[in-house]
Design a protein around this ligand. Structure first.
Ligand code: PRP
Length: 212
């Protein structure tokens, strides 16, 4: 049985569509129930539905053999896993954003609110910019509006959240997309099954690219 960790939520919906187009029976996933393990006996696959930020943890520890996760989560967690494929969806960017018209005072540390403290620390270290990090778990855009921070480091997809909160991108950090990852030991012991799935995914991604 191949255990696949899939992200619940926004990215998850796109992953279900992808697996469906490969002919895997994901019908149970589309139903609104609370089961977290869904087994497809025909394909010998078990789907584990986890929080997007936890996918790489399940895969790193071998609780799942493979998984689909955003590059943002991988960069933040620095998990010891193999990154097998860029799935070419879930595209967004990691960026610094500030209130419109914000002027940075370079005489003092920049106060940064983020869900991604490691990414932020590395990025500003690369600019030799001293920062103070405030780790939040969501609704990051609120922080500079309440003067909790000067800026935020967060993902931007459509830009709507920034716009509706009078914020704008001030520095680009890194492009993000969904990645197919594998546990290192599983790559040895379930080599055949993983290679087969990777091949199918790669072909489907290629087919979609040529259709664009
Ligand atoms: C993410 C991110 C931004 C928003 C960006 O939040 O943290 O807030 O999406 O998307 P947009 O550019 O299309 O507006 P999410 O919806 O995951 O919720 P969160 O605030 O709880 O992190």
């Amino acid at each position: 049985m191949l255990n696949i960790a899939l992200p619940k939520g926004r990215l998850g919906d796109k992953v279900y569509t992808l697996f469906k187009s490969l002919g895997y029976d994901c019908e149970a996933m589309e139903k609104d129930d609370r089961r977290l393990v869904l087994t497809d006996e025909n394909s010998n696959i078990s789907y584990l539905l986890v929080k997007p930020s936890d996918v790489a943890i399940y895969v790193e520890h071998g609780a799942a053999d493979v998984g689909v996760v955003g590059k943002d989560v991988l960069l933040e967690g620095e998990n010891d896993v193999y990154e097998l494929l860029d799935l070419d969806f879930g595209k967004c960017r990691m960026a610094e954003a500030a209130p419109v018209g914000f002027h940075e005072d370079i005489q003092r540390p920049l106060c940064v609110a983020t869900k991604y403290p490691n990414i932020a620390k590395k990025f500003y270290a690369g600019l030799s910019r001293e920062i103070e990090v405030i780790k939040l778990n969501g609704s990051i855009e609120l922080a500079p509006l309440l003067q909790l921070s000067d800026v935020i480091v967060d993902i931007v997809e459509t830009g709507t959240t920034l716009k509706q909160n009078d914020l704008e991108v001030t520095r680009e950090i890194v492009p993000v997309s969904a990645r197919f990852i594998a546990n290192k030991a599983s790559m040895k012991f379930k080599d055949q099954q993983i290679k087969e799935l990777t091949q199918k995914l790669a072909e489907e991604i290629q087919r979609r690219r040529t259709q664009k």
